[in-house]
Design a protein around this ligand. Structure first.
Ligand code: TYD
Length: 135
């Protein structure tokens, strides 16, 4: 069920010869109130980020610049999304394991999150996550 809810989200684009603009409104373009924004940058070639799931957190992940892949798992099945447009994000509900791989040079991974940072919300061990989600 959680994996089925993962989806690409097309964000609004205001095309302009001076440079394009994309905006995101909480509970309009993402189905949650945005309580936190963070971004990954200067990711060295070959590095992997993520490697966790969350008990409650929902996120929208966007390649604000460059590209990378988001590999998702519900403990049984995997789904893979390539993000390479500044106006497309992937929505990830609670209880989905995520890995971020294959970052292009200079890419920026922008994350909109539904909760403040809380280490207690994380599953950082895949087997523990798998047991919890399948129980
Ligand atoms: P983590 O969520 O594991 O990073 P990623 O999923 O992008 O690979 O977080 C890495 C470290 O940064 C960890 O020590 C916690 C810290 N951190 C915060 O302090 N606040 C935050 O909002 C986030 C996302 C991480």
């Amino acid at each position: 069920m959680s994996l089925a809810a993962c989806r690409l989200v097309d964000l609004p684009r205001v095309a302009d010869p001076r440079g394009n603009l994309t905006f995101i409104e909480a509970e309009e373009h993402v189905p949650f109130p945005i309580r936190r924004v963070y971004y990954l940058y200067d990711v060295p070639g070959g590095e992997t980020r993520g490697g966790h799931a969350h008990r409650e957190l929902e996120q929208l992940i966007i390649a604000a610049s460059g590209s990378f892949e988001v590999v998702l798992s519900d403990g049984l099945t995997q789904a893979r999304f390539l993000l390479n447009r500044s106006y497309v994000g992937v929505y990830i509900p609670r209880m989905v394991w995520r890995e971020l791989v294959n970052f292009s040079s200079g890419s920026v991974c922008l994350v909109l999150a539904s909760t403040h940072y809380d280490e207690a919300d994380y599953f950082r061990d895949f087997d523990e996550f798998r047991s919890a989600v399948l129980s």
